[in-house]
Design a protein around this ligand. Structure first.
Ligand SMILES: Cc1ncc(COP(=O)(O)O)c(C=O)c1O
Length: 507
């Protein structure tokens, strides 16, 4: 049925369409009641989450069959909607905040951040310019400075530098893409100064960027979207090394290309390896290459002094991003991005319609010039709530606990000589596999999935065609018992396998 049939038939029959006065279905009083109930619902969900299966038991298309294909014409009762939350939505949820969720990387969350988000939703401002909501812009500037100081980023990245500064994006993928666009414009400007005869399209066709074969797929995608050539640098022991990069740059220069952009990863998605920033940085600087550093997951841990050395070389970077929404108790979305010289981004993105101008321009950043979209949420509120409620100290304790538990899992796995650890455990991720071929590991994974007690994912080292399993410590309140439970589950499942089967003995 076409939902507009009703009005259409009224129109055709010549009868008058009545324009009722709009009356909100939920007034402030009702909101107080239902809002409090919703808080209870969420708190109960999170408090009792361990009673649920971590991974949903539904098939693709399940939800489609349970709700109407057309929007409701008449208002519905709140209680009916909430009933459907229970019967339609919850069965299809993968419980990322379940104690036995060990897949991907953590999705940060905390009650403090959720409260900040509620306030942000309630204020409901769209902070594209300073004037569109001064507190939204100004708190973001201060929060980004706080985070930069926690990471001990070079002063060039702080707002006080005058040219540098931070901004909140939705994702790392966006940051990598925006940094590429800014680097592209910087390179074009530089090349045009060198040779006025070369137009921007010719220059663009000669630009070349670099990223490690371990980098996240968003880097390759940034190249695809911008239609700029990006070359994969072969990693050595999962790290991008200066010598390999240097060789490729030399080769490209000899072939008339213009190296302009390089993405280094601190904490790769596959195995949490760290590119050698201190080797890559000076090479980028020598060739005027924009170095962008992606520390999506591991960035949060670099606020702990014992891991800060992994950021050595950050002074060479033009831009840096990490996701507080992965590992800093701030819920999605919240990607913290810094530019050493924001002018390159601003110049790349500035378009100036009259209706967005305001009298105080130039005194504070107008973040609409810093990214692709215009509208932006008040996301710094949730950072503010988390940092104030936990303090740096509290966040460090939370991160250190996760890393300690990852080492416990590593130790347990190493205690069983059927298993091997395939990558050094640096943060809260352990990459392990059964000794033997990929088939046996596929089988183990498939059984873990089918069993449903814990949720993990696999990955592979494509150069050696090695499939492995990833165990990430994700649960906010993770304890040794949770790690032992996961280990016990894996051992239990392994014990049920016939490891001597011909299939598994084949190379
Ligand atoms: C190193 C790295 N970069 C980028 C991403 C993509 O993150 P986002 O979803 O913020 O784009 C990930 C995701 O896990 C990642 O691990």
């Amino acid at each position: 049925m076409n939902v507009f049939d009703n009005k259409e038939s009224l129109r055709k029959s010549g009868r008058k369409i009545s324009h009722d006065v709009y009356t909100p279905k939920m007034d402030a009083e009702e909101f107080r009641k239902r809002g409090k109930e919703m808080i209870d619902f969420v708190a109960n969900y999170l408090e009792n989450i361990d009673e649920l299966k971590v991974f949903p038991q539904v098939e693709p298309g399940y939800l489609h069959k349970m709700i109407s294909a057309d929007p409701p014409i008449k208002p519905e009762e709140w209680d009916n909607i909430m009933n459907d939350v229970n019967s339609v939505i919850m069965p299809g949820i993968t419980h990322w905040h379940h104690p036995h969720f060990h897949a991907y990387f953590p999705a940060a969350n905390s009650y403090a951040a959720m409260c900040g988000d509620i306030l942000s939703g309630g204020i409901g401002c769209i902070g594209f310019t300073w004037a569109s909501s001064p507190a939204c812009t100004e708190l973001e500037v201060v929060m980004m400075d706080w985070l930069a100081k926690m990471l001990q980023l070079p002063k060039d990245f702080l707002s006080e530098s005058g040219t540098g500064g931070g901004v909140i994006y939705n994702t790392c993928s966006e940051a990598t893409f925006v940094a590429l666009l800014a680097a592209r414009n910087k390179a074009i400007e530089f090349r045009r100064k060198e040779n006025l005869d070369e137009d921007q399209y010719t220059i663009m066709s000669k630009l070349v960027g670099y990223y490690s074969d371990q980098a996240h797929s968003s880097v390759e995608r940034a190249g695809l979207l911008s239609m700029i050539k990006m070359r994969e640098v072969k990693s050595i022991k999962r790290k991008m090394r200066g010598s390999v990069l240097q060789e490729m740059i030399k080769e490209d220069l000899e072939n008339g290309f213009y190296p302009f952009y390089c993405v280094a990863t601190l904490g790769t998605t596959g195995s949490c390896a760290f590119d050698s920033l201190d080797e890559i940085g000076p090479i980028c600087e020598a060739h005027q290459i924009w170095l962008h550093v992606d520390a999506a997951y591991a960035g949060s841990a670099l606020i702990c002094q014992e891991y800060r050395h992994l950021l050595d070389g950050i002074e060479y970077a033009m831009s840096f991003v990490f996701n507080p929404h992965k590992w800093m108790l701030v819920n999605f979305d919240c990607s913290a991005v810094w530019f050493k010289d924001s002018r390159f981004v601003v110049e790349t993105f500035t378009v100036d319609p009259v209706y967005l101008k305001h009298k105080k321009e130039g005194k504070c950043p107008d973040f609409r010039h810093w990214h692709i979209q215009l509208g932006r949420r008040f996301r710094s509120l949730k950072i503010w709530f988390v940092l104030r409620l936990y303090g740096v100290d509290g966040i460090q304790k939370y991160i250190r606990n996760h890393i300690k538990l990852a080492h416990l899992f590593e130790k347990l796995m190493l205690g069983d000589d059927r298993f091997e650890i395939v990558e050094e455990v640096t943060m809260g991720l352990v990459c392990f596999r059964l000794k033997g071929n990929n088939e046996i590991n596929k089988e183990l994974y498939s059984r873990i999935e089918g069993d449903g007690r814990i949720h993990i994912v696999t990955s592979e080292f494509s150069d050696t065609d090695t499939l492995y399993l990833r165990f990430a410590v994700c649960y906010q309140f993770a304890t040794e018992d949770h790690v032992k439970y996961a280990y016990g589950t894996i051992i239990d499942i392994t014990n049920q396998m016939d490891l001597c089967s011909d299939l598994f003995l084949e190379k």
